[in-house]
Design a protein around this ligand. Structure first.
Ligand SMILES: CC(C)(COP(=O)(O)OP(=O)(O)OC[C@H]1O[C@@H](n2cnc3c(N)ncnc32)[C@H](O)[C@@H]1OP(=O)(O)O)[C@@H](O)C(=O)NCCC(=O)NCCS
Length: 170
């Protein structure tokens, strides 16, 4: 298994990974395509096995109301692994590689909306404990992981994802 940065030539395979990972739904693959097209990925990694892309993760910048530029956050979304390769550690590897790359890119903390049973293993905690809310009204499922010491000491506000997450279906 190799984890490496996404390149433009991976676009079709990555779209297929998300379509299949999410049961045929195209929302996630379109979000990924829009974020790449807009050059908004902070970190975008593929997992390759036997020359085949079997997983992909993307981190994009998020903003916090009232905090302006002070706090640099990224959202982990989406992460997808081909159904036949799930539960083999691929998603975990992508996330474990991605988090330090976000830190190296100057990100203070990463947020994620998902299953706490999965993301808590990477150190994500309930974001509301840090004063952070989200535009989707999620509570337990909205989590954050600080990447630098004291990154969230003064955090407060609603985290907003890139508009590419909200565009209407075509
Ligand atoms: C979620 C996903 C990325 C995890 O990747 P993976 O390579 O299958 O997971 P790993 O092998 O790293 O970890 C396996 C663990 O994740 C758990 N897991 C797998 N999918 C899960 C899901 N959708 N929700 C919660 N837990 C999940 C497994 O039960 C297993 O738990 P265990 O270690 O306690 O037995 C992958 O299963 C996937 O693509 N699912 C469909 C798309 C999706 O739901 N993406 C996440 C939302 S953005």
């Amino acid at each position: 298994m190799q984890i490496r940065p996404f390149t433009a030539g991976d676009a079709d395979s990555v779209s297929a990974v998300h379509r299949r990972a999410f049961g045929g739904r195209t929302d996630e693959s379109r979000i990924v395509q829009r974020l790449h097209d807009a050059d908004k990925a902070v970190v975008s990694l593929v997992a390759v096995e036997n020359d085949r892309i079997v997983g992909h993760v993307l981190f994009s910048p998020t903003s916090v109301e009232n905090r302006g530029e002070n706090l640099k956050l990224a959202g982990l979304a989406p992460v997808g692994v081909l159904p036949e390769n799930q539960n083999e550690g691929v998603g975990s590897l992508l996330i474990q590689y991605g988090l330090p790359e976000c830190r190296d890119a100057g990100i203070d903390a990463v947020v994620v909306l998902g299953d706490p049973g999965y993301y808590s293993r990477f150190g994500f905690e309930r974001a509301s404990e840090y004063g952070l809310g989200n535009e989707y009204g999620a509570d337990e499922g909205f989590m954050v992981k600080p990447l630098t010491e004291g990154a969230l000491d003064d955090a407060d506000g609603i985290v907003t994802y890139q508009p590419e997450f909200q565009q209407d279906e075509e």
